[in-house]
Structure formats: structure tokens, C-alpha cells
Design a binder for this molecule. Structure first.
Ligand code: ISL
Ligand code: CA
Length: 537
């Protein structure tokens, strides 16, 4: 019996799928919903009980589905609504859940709302977007260039925080709030179990005050979107670049009735890079310190935390702060123990479970992402193309979007046709088939870790105590619940022996099959062991 307010939510183990790149069922080179269905048993076997599906709504794909032209229909390349219903049924039949990606901040400019809105000031959609005769400020788009675009049809400027074809919705118009709420209802009706909400902090803005996020009506809008009397309990995770714990409290303290949890990006932004395209020499220590900081903070306010290092916008963390070559297996498994045995909901991004590392391309032609292409162009204005490409290889979102590597055959087992984007440059080495055949399998380690978590509530709700200090080249923590205590030891590049202040049973989980817990640890070795009862106080 768990004692926190969000006890049930701690049982979620969520696997993020980037549908375009997961599994192609019909050989057109593009992943699709039927492909996902084919792989559900693989995920179930891993110990996943929910998937977060990146957008699969109708879209012209300028930002791979984050530019939606119809929220109630499925992208042609991914299948049909019948396929989506089949996916929901297939998940539920396996006791698994579905979290859809909701993109409430903007639509594609080919959405009917925008097409109507641009016609002029006297139609029902006129105020669905932000329109101005002159640019009201000098906001920049996340994808480079001005955030304001002149539309010759309407003869005014509209706001696009992202691509030119992603127009920001004007949430101060009650009709927008109502429309988005109806979309949420539509998907609840279809049977989805929750939502990951794209840039939720941006839906309320204060143009006068120059604020493009965290505007004055944000919390009112979140309540409107997800508040439902006696409705189904939804799991909601907001993508939100919160800067401090107070902001997080305002979004997900239980009594606020807003979101289940948030993704905050402190560790993503600061580990192994100065900025998205500039590497910084770093180690697992930095990750440890950020993780522990947010553990402490979320614990203080009893918030449900999200545990993740990777997603579809970030090249694999392993390549930034650990060893993705000769110690790739050790690094991937050690990081899993560091992250997923803390308190919170694990989010595993596709490929993490086989220790996927960053790729490296010799030509800009291998990239597809709109942010990457725009950034490359901008870089080339101030630096040699070679340097620009180096930075792109480091920071491009495509480095997280290559087709899933199922085996070492021509198209990596992802498709019988030519994939929509280049295969990973290391796909013949890093793939599911090789990993499963290896003595040391990242997948099997993940599976064992998730099983341990599932079978021992202490990893869900147990108190966390940290034994390592900030200077130590390792991370040691314990989790305790009702007289039971477990130790998690994750070594970095340290070569000094480690001694624990208590005795443990033989490790239940160890990436190098360690027999005990004290002594010399190899680089990136980790062990998880139960503390012997008499030492538990
Ligand atoms: O990856 C980023 C740019 O380098 C982030 O700043 C990202 O744009 C931000 O986290 C918002 O991301 C989300 O919304 C975008 C979409 O492109 C991303 O894929 C999505 O995760 C616009 O919808
Ligand atoms: Ca396909």
C-alpha cells in the first residue's frame, strides 16, 4: 500500500514512440500505427505499461506532426482512424495505456481554422490566432527568424512561435478554449488514458508585457482543458520549461487539480552542453547532481516527478556525458539505474532500451528536421560549413529520430522500403537483434530493472537517502519503506574501492554480475541490492 497522493500514478512506466521512426508495416519507409501494433508484445515484455505517442494527427509534416491540420483525424502515412482504434484496443487488451500528444499552442496554417481566419476580420475564426497590422514586438521563433509572418491574404502579421506554418492559437478567445476542450473530449471518448501536452506554458501569453509563456491565464486554461466533473481520471504530463520548483508546484501540486506531472529540462539543458549545439566536457556527476536536486525539490512539495533523459528533441544523453563506445553497455545500464530507480514515473524513449548512441553524418542532406536545416543555414553565415555540420551532428533533433534499429539488415528491420530518413550510422552495431543476442544486453537489464521496480514498492514510494557527496565520482542512494531498505550504487570513472556503511544481500541487479556490494567497481558498473535487515535502521 503506497502512501502518497499519486500512488497509482507511480506505477506508470511509459515508453515514448516517435511513430514516423518506430516500425513501418507497409514498406513505404514511414513508421505507422500498424507497425506499432506489431511491436506491442516487445514492449510489454520489456515491462512497459503505457506508451506516449508523438502526434499522429493529420498534418503536412513541416514539423513532423507538431503542425496539425485536423486534430480529429489520422495522418495518412500513419494509417486510419480504424488503425488508431485497433491500436487502442490492442494496448488495452494487454493491460497497457495510451497517452496522446496534445498540441494546443498552435495549429498548422493548413488547418481549416487558419484558412478561415486569414480570410478576414468578419468570420467566426477571425480571432483564433494573433493578428496585427504591424509586428507588435520582436519575438523570435524557436526555429530561427522572426516569430511574426506577414500573410498577404489577410494583409496582417500572425504569430508563430515555431515554424512559419505553425500559427499560435489565441487562447484569450473563449472559442479556442472550447474547441480544444472538445478535442480532448473526442479523444477521451476514443479511449485514450492521458495526454502529454506540448509547450503547455505557452498557451497563455501576455503580449503587452512581452511574455510569450507562463501568461496570467495559464492555470485557468489548464483547468478548462482537463477539469471534468466525475470524468475518467487522466494522466497528464505537461512539457514545460519550468525554472524553479514554485512554478512546478503551481502546475502539479495535487490540490491544484491541474497536471499529474511535468517534464522539466534542467538536466537536459545543462548536462554535457553549453547550448543545444555546443558540447561541454562533462560526466555523469552533472546528471547525478541535477537529478538529485529535483528529487529533493519535488519530494519537499510531494509532487509526482517524471524521470527521463531522452526524447525526440534531444540527441541521446549517453553520448554527451558517458562512454558510448567501448563502455556503451555499461554506460546505458548505469544511467538507467541512476535515473529509473529514483522516485517518479519513468519515461523511456525508443532505442534507449538497446543503448542507442548519437549518430554522425558527413552531409547536411542526411538531415530532415526544420530546426536543424534553419540552424545550419544560420551557422553557415558565420562559420565554415564543416564547423556548422559538426555542431548539427551534435545537437540535431534528427539524432533522436532515426528509424528504430531492429536488426542489421538493409533497412535495419524498420522497413522493407527506403526509410524516410537515413538510418543511424551505427545501426549494424546497435540494434535490437544484436543486443538480445549479446551476453550483455541493455534490453535485458532494462527488463530486469523494471521488474524489480514492479515487484518492490520501495522503488516507487520509498524514502530516498543519498550516501554519496557531490565530490564523489559515483552515486549511491538508498530507498526505504516499512523497515525494508535497498541500495543503488552507480560508479562513474572512479577507480577507488567503494565501501557501504551496511551489509547487503547479493545484488538483485548488477550490470556486470557482481556478487557483493563492497570493493572495486569497474567504470560505469552498477549494482542494486537489498540491505540486510539488521542494518536497516
Ligand atoms: O527542441 C527544442 C528546440 O531545440 C525545444 O526548444 C522544443 O522546441 C521545445 O521543447 C518544444 O518542443 C515541442 O514543441 C515543438 C516541437 O517541434 C517539438 O518536437 C515538441 O517536443 C513545437 O510543437
Ligand atoms: Ca508505413
Amino acid at each position: 500500500m503506497l502512501c502518497t497522493k499519486y500512488q497509482d500514478d507511480l506505477r506508470w512506466v511509459i515508453y515514448q514512440i516517435y511513430p514516423r521512426s518506430f516500425m513501418d508495416s507497409n514498406g513505404d519507409g514511414i513508421g505507422d500505427l500498424q507497425g506499432i501494433i506489431q511491436k506491442l508484445d516487445y514492449l510489454k515484455d520489456l515491462g512497459i505499461n503505457a506508451i506516449w505517442l508523438c502526434p499522429c494527427y493529420k498534418s503536412p509534416n513541416d514539423d513532423n506532426g507538431y503542425d496539425i491540420s485536423d486534430y480529429r483525424d489520422i495522418m495518412d502515412e500513419f494509417g486510419t482512424m480504424a488503425d488508431m482504434e485497433a491500436l487502442i484496443d490492442a494496448l488495452h487488451a494487454r493491460g497497457m495505456k495510451l497517452i496522446m500528444d496534445l498540441v494546443p499552442n498552435h495549429t498548422s496554417t493548413s488547418h481549416r481554422w487558419f484558412q478561415e481566419s486569414r480570410k478576414g476580420k468578419d468570420n467566426p475564426y477571425s480571432d483564433f490566432y494573433y493578428w496585427f497590422d504591424e509586428k507588435p514586438n520582436d519575438w523570435k521563433s524557436v526555429f530561427r527568424g522572426s516569430a511574426w509572418e506577414y500573410d498577404p491574404v489577410r494583409g496582417q502579421y500572425y504569430l508563430h512561435s515555431f515554424a512559419v506554418s505553425q500559427a499560435d492559437l489565441n487562447w484569450d478567445n473563449p472559442a479556442v478554449v472550447k474547441a480544444m476542450k472538445e478535442i480532448v473530449d473526442f479523444w477521451i471518448e476514443k479511449g485514450v488514458d492521458g495526454f502529454r501536452v506540448d509547450v503547455i506554458d505557452m498557451i497563455s501569453k501576455d503580449l503587452g508585457a512581452g511574455k510569450n509563456s507562463f501568461g496570467p491565464r495559464l492555470h485557468e486554461f489548464i483547468h478548462e482543458l482537463f477539469g471534468r466533473e466525475n470524468g475518467k481520471k487522466l494522466f497528464t504530463v505537461g512539457e514545460c520549461w519550468v525554472k524553479d520548483i514554485d512554478e512546478m508546484v503551481r502546475h502539479c501540486a495535487a490540490e491544484r487539480g491541474e497536471l499529474s506531472t511535468l517534464f522539466q529540462f534542467d538536466h537536459i539543458e545543462k548536462c554535457g552542453r553549453y547550448d543545444k549545439f555546443t558540447p561541454k566536457p562533462d560526466t555523469l556527476k552533472t546528471l547525478r547532481d541535477h537529478l538529485l536536486h529535483w528529487q529533493r525539490e519535488t519530494e519537499k512539495y510531494d509532487l509526482l516527478h517524471s524521470l527521463f533523459t531522452d526524447n525526440h528533441d534531444q540527441p541521446p544523453m549517453i553520448s554527451r556525458i558517458a562512454n558510448d563506445r567501448e563502455k556503451r553497455y555499461e554506460s546505458a545500464t548505469c544511467m538507467a539505474a541512476m535515473v529509473y530507480l529514483l522516485k517518479g514515473v519513468p519515461f523511456i524513449y525508443q532505442g534507449q532500451e538497446i543503448g542507442r548512441a548519437a549518430a554522425h553524418y558527413d552531409s547536411i542532406d542526411c538531415f530532415n528536421d526544420i530546426e536543424t536545416i534553419n540552424t545550419y543555414r544560420e551557422f553557415c553565415e558565420t562559420m565554415p560549413a564543416e564547423e556548422a555540420l559538426k555542431r548539427i551532428n551534435f545537437g540535431s533533433r534528427d539524432n533522436a529520430r532515426h528509424p528504430m534499429e531492429w536488426d542489421d539488415s538493409e533497412n535495419g528491420g524498420f522497413s522493407t522500403g527506403k526509410p524516410w530518413i537515413a538510418l543511424h550510422t551505427r545501426y549494424q552495431e546497435i540494434n535490437v537483434k544484436n543486443d538480445l543476442a549479446a551476453d550483455r544486453s541493455v534490453y535485458r537489464f532494462y527488463r530486469a530493472l523494471l521488474q524489480l521496480r514492479r515487484e518492490n514498492d520501495v522503488f516507487l514510494d520509498g524514502d530516498l537517502q543519498v550516501l554519496s557527496s557531490p565530490d564523489d565520482p559515483y552515486m549511491i542512494f538508498t530507498r526505504s519503506l516499512k523497515g525494508e531498505k535497498w541500495a543503488v550504487i552507480c560508479n562513474f570513472e572512479n577507480e577507488q574501492p567503494i565501501a557501504l556503511p551496511f551489509s547487503c544481500e547479493k545484488p538483485a541487479l548488477s550490470n556486470l554480475n557482481r556478487e557483493g556490494t563492497d570493493g572495486l567497481y569497474a567504470p560505469y558498473e552498477c549494482a542494486v541490492a537489498k540491505v540486510i535487515a539488521r542494518d536497516c535502521q
